[in-house]
Design a binder for this molecule. Sequence first.
Ligand SMILES: CC(C)(COP(=O)(O)OP(=O)(O)OC[C@H]1O[C@@H](n2cnc3c(N)ncnc32)[C@H](O)[C@@H]1OP(=O)(O)O)[C@@H](O)C(=O)NCCC(=O)NCCS
Length: 128
Amino acid sequence: MPELINPTSRLRVSFLAAIIEWRADRDYPVPWFVTDVDPPALVVPSAFDAYVARLLRERDEAADRAPGFVPMTTLWWTDGEHMLGRLAIRHRLTPALEKAGGHIGYDVRPSARRQGHASAMLAAEPAR
Ligand SMILES: CC(C)(COP(=O)(O)OP(=O)(O)OC[C@H]1O[C@@H](n2cnc3c(N)ncnc32)[C@H](O)[C@@H]1OP(=O)(O)O)[C@@H](O)C(=O)NCCC(=O)NCCS
């Protein structure tokens, strides 16, 4: 049964496979969080650990962040070891995010679309 979980190094292989799919997607613009990662570099487990740590740090109000970025909680929609989608909850908005982006970003990997995952992950509560 799919669940919303915190980003974890455990899903490295499936996450990177999903990134390859998102990069090849011709139905929607490739989202920034996909262009932001370099799959060959993240194959190295320690590099993936650092990437996951960065995602978790992004929720910290006190963390350093690039201009225009706001504190944000990223959650992964997963089924066992299988990455299905991701959800990003922006803790507040900037004038630019008020115009485009808003509080929630969500993406389902192309091979998992049209199966109800977006609806389900938006309705789900994060696993404890
Ligand atoms: C939009 C997206 C999240 C939908 O994910 P999904 O898991 O396929 O969506 P679901 O299967 O839960 O479908 C939800 C509803 O949207 C509809 N829908 C989904 N994709 C659609 C499409 N391409 N065209 C028309 N309707 C679509 C479904 O029919 C369903 O409608 P219903 O509730 O009336 O039955 C996915 O296509 C995606 O990741 N797109 C790229 C990123 C994006 O646009 N994110 C949203 C804005 S941040």
